[in-house]
Design a binder for this molecule. Structure first.
Ligand SMILES: [Zn+2]
Length: 404
């Protein structure tokens, strides 16, 4: 069992991927975006499969969609004429033994806006349908009240529309539960922003128009990793984010698990030591009592999380111990989730990744001790970048448009 830290493998869909998209930019955006909004279910499913598997041979695409070659030809002709898909060469060695044209989604088919809101910053990306970043902006939030944030996002949307043309959809993600559908979709209890029961989706739709999708940030990041990240196309995936809070995303049998209230996977307060320290909710020895940035900072009695990390790197025994305790908590959480899901991939990311750097051995040992489902389970570390969370917001918007 190995804990790998590999930005090479895991960052392959990383934020530096603007080149290909920008280079292929043309004038098709308006056509593709207009058509995309009016696609039937079969065309939407085709775009979806091409996005996830591109470049995909026609023969493989027909198999994925359960269509005859003739039916697929009719569908793809509409999408190619509509400047959403393009042919990019021929694969000679296919499963059927016959050459098959490769299809991909045109990078200039449509533009998508993705936003990750933190307590003080809006991380904004402009992407194509495949979440490749074409432009990125980072803005301090001038005022945290919902009306002010919506006004600021509307101004950003307007300035980026002037630069990139109209957006086929806008996605916004943030910490907190996002429940309901349509205009009733509501942000509940977003502690960092101090919001509760904010109808963000309706407010944004009124302010900027078009398709808007709001989503919990960990769920959005999970959607991104599932479709376009290093673990693309896996049927099952466990994501744990570590940082100010602990987040869990679960993909099971190809779909993200939501649960009845969109809260599946809330194991951030799983108890591992009933005699342990107390978390902010009053639990003794729960995962959050060891693993959050605040818990580590408190255990070290440091002025900040960064100071705690620096102390541990310097070998300060109290700091080293705090990170080892945090690593053990992370291993226990990962092992418990792996036991529940038996996933194809375990991924860790977040602004608290120093835990894995400083206490990888503790993570590994506790995972091995806890996880009976997969004695050899590996943990993949996805480098932390808020722009990936913004890409996640864009992906949720694309998936919303495509009915996926
Ligand atoms: Zn707790």
């Amino acid at each position: 069992m190995v804990v790998t830290v590999s930005s090479e493998v895991l960052g392959s869909a990383g934020t530096g991927a603007a080149g290909t998209g920008a280079a292929r930019s043309g004038s098709a955006g308006a056509t593709g975006a207009a058509l995309l909004a009016d696609l039937g279910a079969a065309e939407r499913a085709t775009v979806r499969e091409v996005l996830v598997h591109e470049p995909v041979p026609r023969a493989e695409l027909a198999r994925l969609l359960g269509l005859s070659r003739a039916s697929l030809t009719r569908l793809t002709r509409t999408l190619i004429d509509g400047q959403i898909l393009e042919e990019v060469g021929v694969e000679l060695r296919t499963r059927t033994g016959r050459p098959s044209e490769l299809l991909q989604v045109r990078s200039d088919a449509a533009r998508v806006l993705g936003v990750k809101l933190t307590a003080d910053t809006a991380y904004v990306v402009v992407t194509d349908l495949a979440a490749r970043v074409l432009d990125a902006v980072e803005e301090p939030l001038a005022d945290r009240r919902p009306e002010a944030v919506v006004a600021q996002l509307a101004a950003t949307h307007a300035s980026l529309t002037a630069r990139h043309g109209s957006f086929v959809a806008t996605g916004v993600c943030l910490a907190g539960d996002v429940v309901g559908e349509g205009r009733a979709r509501t942000v509940l209890d977003s502690a960092w922003l101090g919001w509760d029961e904010v109808a963000l989706e309706a407010m944004l739709t009124d302010a900027i128009g078009g398709v808007v999708r709001t989503e919990n940030d960990v769920r959005a990041l999970t959607e991104y990793l599932h479709w376009f990240g290093p673990v693309t196309g896996r049927d099952s995936l466990v994501l744990v984010t570590v940082g100010t809070g602990i987040g869990v995303g679960l993909v099971i049998e190809g779909r993200q698990l939501a649960g009845r209230h969109g809260r599946a996977g809330r194991l951030d307060h799983l108890v591992l030591d009933p005699a342990g320290p107390i978390c902010g909710l009053g639990h003794r020895g729960c995962v959050s009592a060891y693993l959050t940035s605040g818990a580590i900072t408190g255990a070290v009695r440091a002025d900040s999380y960064d100071a705690a990390v620096a102390s541990a790197r310097d070998g300060d025994p109290a700091a080293v111990r705090a990170f080892e305790d945090a690593g053990r908590a992370l291993g226990y959480l990962l092992g418990t989730l792996a036991n529940a899901v038996d996933p194809e991939a375990l991924v860790v990311t977040g602004d608290g990744l120093a835990v894995v750097e400083l206490a990888g051995e503790a993570v590994r040992a506790e995972l091995a001790r806890t996880c009976r489902a997969q004695p050899g389970a590996d943990v993949a570390v996805h480098p932390f970048d808020f722009r990936d969370w913004a890409r996640g917001a864009a992906v949720t918007a694309v998936r919303h448009v495509l009915g996926a």
